[in-house]
Design a protein around this ligand. Structure first.
Ligand code: DLL
Length: 434
């Protein structure tokens, strides 16, 4: 069922563990000898590469964090001479210096491989027309999908982000079958399609690979209905490779991690303790084939859990649950922990509004206040005031009963919340907590 590499995607657990251990041992040796940062960290806890003999020994190794990458900016954690690096990308971090990542020629091959698996799982093949509306540039989205699409032999449409009307026109004229962009941009495209008077049935779109930001099951339904496609979640982060770190299959109930390249763990973010299968916590990833920038136990800050049961699609690769947010994106409002995605889920469940919203958190005196701005649908906008007030109340009650949080709801006019062409900005936190 749509495998790109059945040998690796459907390998038995024993074989996989054997392969992983061999690759892990090599990676640890390589970073110990080539990267002073890793050598120092291992020496601090009294470890030498020969101590890593089984998969359980992975937990002896120290974690690596984004701060470590920043402290060693730009190239301090690279494990090969710069002459072997054929590409640099950088993370889209909004605070501080960006983190720089480097790829050797083999790393680009690995990236193409994991992205080919991602696209094949979404039904793409040589006959596909893949419109890549992720940004090209230092962001890994555009080029990452590009490599996978070329590897598969599909016809690539490298349009990059933005220019939304033109995107729709091209989608129609070129016969795009697979769309690649952020889920928020997919919605914007769907909205623009409507505005341009084009019916989804006039398109050839079959599926989309959406990621780079958290999105809910309700958002998935919205995109699938509006575009008439299967919307697949894809996950990744530049530090680890970019997109290609995990991908959904047609079962759409978790994202497969190519474990022959990346080893996942879930930890309690407060204590660092490893959590059992099924428990939710921070995802930690170790790369075992990367050459340019190998990462040992990298703390992603993304919240997820793991499931090792064989999937109905036949893949044996572990699945991670849809990341619901980042430990550092979690808002704490009057002591209640909330992820923006939980609010999104409630809003879309109610359904009378457009899927565009903004959360504004402020502190008045000592009290945190949350305002949720939600766009009305066109239909609702022309409705009577009474119905709007009722809807505001309904949303307020739903947020209160599901999240235990009282919020001020403000229905705003259609098309007033800024649309995003890349990662959406959903939260404005005015509290100055740092
Ligand atoms: O966003 C790589 C990517 C490009 C992934 C295109 C998927 C598609 P960064 O800019 O380094 O890399 O941002 C990585 O984005 O740690 C998550 O917090 C978030 N993220 C990425 N994919 C998902 C997803 C790219 N499917 C950060 N669901 C990660 C939720 C996601 N969050």
């Amino acid at each position: 069922m749509n495998y790109w590499n059945p040998t690796c995607e459907c390998m038995s657990r024993d074989e996989m563990t054997k392969l992983q251990l061999e690759r892990l041992i090599n990676t640890v040796k390589r970073v110990y000898h080539n990267v002073p940062f890793y050598r120092n960290k291992m020496q601090q806890v009294g470890l030498v590469p020969e101590d890593i003999k089984s998969m359980e020994d992975l937990s002896k190794l120290p974690f690596t964090t984004k701060q470590d990458l920043r402290d060693n900016y730009p190239y301090g954690l690279f494990a090969t001479p710069m002459s072997e690096i054929v590409r640099l990308h950088a993370s889209s971090g909004t605070t501080g210096k960006p983190t720089v990542v480097g790829y050797t020629r083999n790393d680009i091959t690995t990236w193409s491989e994991v992205m080919a698996r991602t696209l094949a799982a979404a039904g793409a093949d040589k006959q596909s027309f893949i419109q890549i509306a992720y940004g090209y540039g230092l962001f890994t989205g555009g080029l990452g999908v590009h490599y996978g699409a070329e590897r598969i032999g599909a016809s690539v449409i490298p349009i990059s982000g933005g220019n939304t009307k033109k995107q729709v026109q091209i989608m129609k004229d070129f016969g795009t079958t697979v769309l690649a962009c952020t889920p928020s941009y997919a919605l914007y495209l769907a909205e623009t399609l409507e505005e341009m008077g084009i019916n989804k049935d006039e398109l050839k779109l079959k599926s989309g690979v959406f990621g780079a930001e958290p999105w809910t099951e309700n958002m998935r339904k919205e995109i699938e209905n509006k575009l008439g496609i299967m919307a697949m979640d894809i996950y990744g982060l530049s530090e680890v490779i970019g997109p290609g770190v995990a991908y959904e299959c047609k079962c759409q109930n978790g994202l497969h991690i190519p474990e022959d390249h990346f080893i996942p763990e879930i930890i309690n973010p407060e204590t660092g303790e490893i959590l059992q299968e099924g428990k939710s916590g921070e995802l930690v990833l170790t790369t075992i084939t990367k050459e340019g920038l190998p990462l040992i136990r990298y703390r992603t800050r993304d919240v997820s859990s793991l499931n090792y049961k064989k999937c109905d699609c036949g893949r044996t690769l572990v699945k991670m649950t849809k990341p619901c947010g980042r430990t550092d994106d979690m808002l704490i409002i009057r002591g209640v922990n909330v992820f923006p995605s939980q609010i999104e889920s409630v809003l879309l469940e109610i359904g009378d509004t457009a899927p565009h919203y903004l959360l504004i958190v402020d502190r008045i005196g000592t009290l945190d206040v949350l305002e949720i701005q939600v766009e009305m649908s066109d239909r609702l906008f022309s409705d009577e005031v009474k119905r709007l007030e009722d809807l505001e109340k309904k949303i307020k009650n739903a947020i209160e009963s599901t999240l235990g949080l009282s919020a001020k709801i403000r229905l705003v006019e259609p098309k007033t919340i800024e649309r995003s062409e890349g990662k959406a900005k959903r939260v404005i936190d005015k509290r100055n907590l740092k």
